[in-house]
Design a protein around this ligand. Structure first.
Ligand SMILES: [Fe+2]
Length: 175
């Protein structure tokens, strides 16, 4: 049972797992000679990173809107970058040229690293100042629940909750 989970800490831990994926992809992509193999390697990142961005947006960014506004400013920029990342990773499976796919993967990793850096150095510091501990913990519990992790705040997320992978929903539904 998870008692307290600050959403900023949850997001930082997920960033850490994405950094590992970026490094692994950067190490393995140069030697790949088949487009399908590259696309298969990227599929995990393409499935998980957009759900990270959507949950962060729905939970943390929405809570910050009264403090930061939505027109211009950091939330506007962060949401634009989420769209850019989702677009790059969403286009990759449709490409028919290996070099183009490698370039697009490299661009997505660059954009993601810069985006995470801005969040870690600026946005998360603003969030810790703007939102109280109870709110950050409630949002962390909601984030965990939406990921399917048992939590004192939300328990197991119901099937069909946005931000979950389809196979997770199916496997829970079959229990
Ligand atoms: Fe983000």
């Amino acid at each position: 049972m998870i008692e307290e989970m600050n959403i900023i800490d949850v997001l930082l831990i997920e960033h850490g797992t994405f950094y590992l994926q970026f490094e692994h992809l950067e190490q393995t992509a140069p030697a790949i000679e088949q487009l399908g193999e590259l696309q298969s390697k990227v599929s995990m990142l393409a499935a998980v990173l957009p759900t990270h961005a959507r949950l962060e947006d729905e939970l943390l960014f929405t809570a910050l809107e009264p403090h930061l506004g939505t027109m211009g400013g950091p939330l506007f920029v962060m949401r634009m970058e989420h769209d850019q990342l989702e677009g790059l990773l969403g286009q990759l499976p449709q490409l028919e040229d290996l070099d183009q796919a490698k370039d697009m993967l490299a661009e997505a990793i660059t954009v993601a690293r810069q985006h995470f850096g801005k969040e870690e150095q600026i946005l998360f510091a603003i969030a810790r100042q703007s939102l109280d501990a109870d709110t950050l913990n409630r949002l962390g519990g909601e984030f965990a629940a939406r990921r399917g992790v048992a939590s004192s705040h939300g328990g197991i997320a119901p099937c069909g909750t946005p931000g979950r992978l389809p196979n997770q929903q199916e496997s829970r539904g079959n229990r």
